[in-house]
Design a protein around this ligand. Structure first.
Ligand SMILES: [Zn+2]
Length: 300
């Protein structure tokens, strides 16, 4: 079996894992990146720090920001110090590591990992939507077992859809965006205890209710648009948010039989942290096209 390495780049933590592998074949280090070159250094060093093992045939990287998998570039990864200029992460890493590198947006990567995890127990499932509740909010869509990016790479980019209340201005210039009421950055600004206190601080109730309602609306829209087998909630607040979101969906179903059918609560699930969707999905990434880039050393 050929080996692959999956890399999950978070704002604070960088996770690296070799597949197939055991507990020793994974590593977690602080991301601590200030710009593209320093991030590439951090990733390469983490991979090189894995214990000796089979040479990987490819390295997959899930990273926040606007990713162009075909070009192998990332931009606007604000927390990593990468601005609007595309940084060629895939080619820089490939040059350093001597293996092909594929990159993809982190939420899409997690969607692929979630799909892999779910279908191990439920092989009949073919379509899932993974909603990443993080600093921002977006969804990764897997249809027919493959990542669905859309014609312009926009599929699942629901963060700035006007699903919140209409009075809240968003950093993007619109008002009432999903991210403006339920995104981690907005919640950090809205709550004295930060986003993490959303489900623990009684004072946070009004903010919480609004965030939960917006997330429930987002699930409705995603379910109506993609009609997946399941909707997976992921990200920092997913575990705490899920019961509340399910209640909101049940309320919706109580007043609308149609609503209850579009997004039934049984289809809204979370995955345990052990599912490790970030690195798993990264290792499953496919090269954007089967044409060029395939370097010598691997079997065609
Ligand atoms: Zn917005």
């Amino acid at each position: 079996m050929t080996a692959r390495v999956g890399v999950d780049v978070g704002g604070t933590t960088l996770r690296v894992r070799r597949f197939p592998g055991g507990p020793a074949d994974r590593l977690e280090v602080p991301t601590a990146a200030a710009g593209g070159p320093s991030l590439a250094d951090r990733i390469a060093a983490a991979i090189e720090a894995l214990p000796a093992g089979p040479e990987p045939e490819m390295v997959g990287v899930g990273i926040p920001g606007l990713v162009d998998p075909a070009a192998g570039t990332v931009r606007h990864a604000v927390n990593l110090g990468i601005d609007g200029t595309p940084f060629p992460l895939a080619s820089v890493l490939a040059g350093r590591l001597g293996v092909p590198v594929v990159i993809e947006n982190d939420v899409r990567t997690a969607a692929l990992g979630a799909y892999h995890h779910i279908t191990r127990e439920r092989p009949a499932i073919s379509d899932i939507v993974y909603v990443g509740l993080g600093t921002g909010i977006s969804a990764g869509v897997v249809m027919g077992g493959r990542l669905h990016r859309g014609r312009h790479g926009i599929a699942g980019e629901i963060g700035h859809a006007p699903l919140g209340d209409t009075a809240t201005p968003c950093r993007c210039g619109l008002v009432g965006c999903l991210e403006a009421v339920a995104g981690g950055r907005a919640l950090d600004e809205l709550l004295p205890g930060g986003a993490i206190s959303l489900f623990t601080d009684p004072e946070a109730a009004p903010v919480r209710d609004r965030a939960v309602a917006a997330i429930a609306r987002a699930l409705y829209v995603l379910a109506a648009a993609y009609d997946p087998d399941v909707l997976v909630l992921g990200g920092g607040i997913a575990k705490d948010a899920t019961p509340a979101v399910r209640r909101a969906l049940l309320d919706m179903a109580a007043s609308s039989p149609l609503g209850g059918e579009v997004v039934s609560v049984e289809r809204v699930i979370t995955l345990p942290p052990e599912a490790d969707v970030g690195t798993t999905g990264a290792a499953l990434l496919e090269p954007p096209s089967a044409t060029a880039e395939g370097r010598q050393g691997g079997n065609p």
